[in-house]
Design a protein around this ligand. Structure first.
Ligand code: PEP
Length: 254
């Protein structure tokens, strides 16, 4: 049984004070929901403070990125070891990092390996761009991203995948539930090809791209979709809570 997960990617939003306020507003209500993994991924600078705030809460913590080296002369970067103390999850390969910070498949692969080495659970983001989608290349692109990201990785150790079509991120133009389910089913078959059927059945695959309280149910009703990676809507307490609540109702743990 795959436990559903709703993860909030706060991106480069919130000061430490704002992050604290947001968590304080959401904490009590999120704690009432027990059959969904609730993860928030605030900016690096808030991780330590938020970690203290949610110590007695069921909310889990993730980072939005890492660098693959353990330590050294990499000014401005954050290492896996630094994060391992602070959080359980780390988003890797988000399309904004691929687009604005030139992250290649090879870099994503190194980051995945580095995260797993310190038992951080990666949320690996893959997804096609608009022109690739329009050219009918969705499956080709996600298969290639999966191959390159997971090259040489023998043990997935809690790794999750987020299927995030780039054209749906931050645009208000989400995929349909059916489209997302179809591609996620394809991704799961590829995990079976790369690993085995058991791993493919157990791995959690999220959808991401303009998920809100208004369309969350459409995604959660799909059998292959195990939850969502939520950007913009995760910064609004009522929106995030509504998405988590709908997920708990639609995907009750058996
Ligand atoms: C994201 O940042 O991963 C994302 C899906 O953003 P949004 O929900 O705002 O489209």
């Amino acid at each position: 049984m795959r436990v559903p997960m709703i993860a909030g990617n706060w991106k480069m939003n919130t000061t430490v004070g704002e992050a604290v306020d947001l968590v304080k507003t959401m904490r009590k209500n999120l704690d009432k929901i027990s059959n969904v993994d609730k993860v928030i991924c605030p900016p690096f600078v808030s991780l330590a403070t938020i970690r203290e705030l949610i110590k007695k809460s069921s909310i889990k913590l993730g980072a939005q990125n890492l660098y693959f080296a353990e330590k050294g002369a990499y000014t401005g970067e954050i290492s896996p070891l630094m994060l391992a103390d602070l959080c359980e999850f780390v988003i890797i390969g988000h399309s904004e990092r691929r687009q604005y910070f030139n992250e290649t498949g090879e870099i994503v692969n190194q980051k995945i390996a580095a995260a797993l080495k310190v038992s951080l659970k990666p949320i690996l983001c893959i997804g096609e761009r608009l022109e690739e989608n329009e050219a009918g290349k969705t499956e080709e692109v996600v298969a290639e991203q999966l191959n390159s990201s997971l090259a040489g990785i023998d043990d997935l150790n809690g790794l999750l995948i987020a299927y995030e079509p780039v054209w749906a991120i931050g645009t208000g133009k989400a995929a349909t539930g059916e489209q997302a389910n179809e591609t996620i089913s394809f991704i799961r078959r590829n995990v079976a090809r790369l690993y085995d059927d058991k791993i493919a059945r157990e791995i959690r695959i999220l959808y991401g791209g303009s998920v809100t309280s208004a369309n969350a149910a459409e995604f959660m009703q799909q059998p292959e979709i195990d939850g969502a990676l939520v950007g913009g809507a995760s910064l609004k307490d009522t929106e995030f809570l509504s998405i988590v609540t709908q997920t708990a109702v639609i995907k009750p743990r058996k």
